[in-house]
Design a protein around this ligand. Structure first.
Ligand code: HEC
Ligand code: HEC
Length: 292
């Protein structure tokens, strides 16, 4: 009578494990819900959004160097940028006034709330929108960016709603996937009126916010924020950057070819985005990173 007894115990162990897993999942599911449903009461400081051609051109440059198109498409009509059953279905919103586009009656305040606070019109966090990278943009820059977005033609494109899979939920709750931008923002931060474009350490620091999502806020690199992504390089003076000239740094950020003979893949290090920075902007970034 040994065999049935073993079966019985195996059954009990399997059942207990299943129940335990369900409980753990239930907890993650619950905690995930508390993050998603949290309501924020922020004060959106009003600023005037311009309409002139120079501001719109400045906004187009910002749209390019901040990589907005990677998730919202070059036409701003939105696109699916990740579709994985475990992590989820993630799509950047259609930002135009076309069908499936931004909510009807979307005001300048709503744009600012999204860009500076990471919040939707319902005052809940947007998902995966890297607003922590635009939250500190100067009034002038954020206004130009919004002016550019608003001036783009309508695109009719309805995207599927964002869904997070079980692994995506667990990673988000553990803080391994930046799914809740509103939680990563200092909502009382006072942005400067304008940041003059110049080859200064200060301007480099201002621009470098766009590198922190992957290279981390200390620029020392480490694990990728993208599950399964390539290890991120240290870009402080301690890494290769410390040995390069400004010219070499610019070549790396424009071609992906490093002086050490590495060919960086755009999927790992988005150099097709950094290629669009102006000479002055890259020199300012170099000055700042070298000083670290
Ligand atoms: C990593 C991908 C990603 C990048 C890069 C990105 N976004 Fe988004 N953005 C999203 C996602 C995803 C949403 C939808 C979030 C949601 O619905 O919860 C979104 C939402 C928005 C919204 C709110 C739209 C609405 O209907 O509420 C605005 C405005 C916006 N993004 C503008 C921008 C701009 C401008 C940039 C560049 C500075 C940018 N985004 C960069 C992923 C991204
Ligand atoms: C989407 C993630 C991501 C973003 C955003 C990003 N990087 Fe990178 N970067 C990487 C990864 C990953 C590597 C390492 C690639 C490899 O080893 O093949 C890298 C490598 C580099 C290198 C080469 C370092 C070396 O030692 O060879 C430089 C320089 C660099 N990044 C600068 C920047 C700057 C400056 C920004 C912001 C303007 C930035 N990166 C934004 C992911 C990113």
């Amino acid at each position: 009578m040994m065999f049935p007894k073993i079966l019985k115990w195996t059954g009990i162990v399997l059942l207990s494990l299943t129940v335990l897993l369900l409980i753990i999942f239930g907890i993650f599911f619950y905690v995930y819900g508390t993050h998603v449903n949290k309501q924020y009461a922020v004060e959106v400081r009003p600023i005037t959004i311009p309409h002139d051609a120079a501001s719109i051109a400045a906004g187009a440059h910002l749209y390019a160097i901040k990589g907005c198109g990677d998730c919202h498409g070059a036409d701003l009509g939105g696109k699916i940028f990740l579709n994985d059953p475990a992590i989820g279905l993630l799509a950047g919103a259609n930002l135009t006034s076309g069908q499936g586009g931004r909510p009807a009656g979307y005001t300048d305040q709503d744009w600012l709330k999204a860009m500076r606070h990471g919040l939707g019109t319902n005052n809940k966090t947007l998902k995966l929108m890297p607003s922590y990278e635009t939250a500190k943009l100067s009034d002038k820059d954020v206004a130009a960016l919004i002016a550019f977005c608003k001036a783009q033609p309508a695109v009719n494109r309805t995207l599927p709603p964002i869904k997070t899979g079980p692994v995506g939920k667990v990673l988000a709750v553990l803080g391994k996937l930046p799914l809740f931008p509103a939680e990563m923002i200092d909502h009382s931060y006072q942005q400067p009126g304008a940041m003059p474009v110049a080859v200064t350490r200060e301007y480099g620091e201002y621009l470098s916010v766009s590198c922190t999502g992957c290279h981390n806020p200390k620029f020392t690199g480490g694990d990728s924020p993208i599950p399964g992504g390539k290890k991120v390089a240290d870009i402080t003076s301690k890494g290769n950057v410390g040995k390069w000239t400004a010219q070499e740094f610019m070549t790396v950020l424009r071609t992906g070819n490093t002086p050490e003979g590495l060919k960086l893949k755009n999927e790992d290090m988005p150099w097709s985005m950094t290629a669009q920075y102006s000479d002055e902007e890259l020199q300012a970034l170099f000055l700042y990173l070298k000083s670290l």
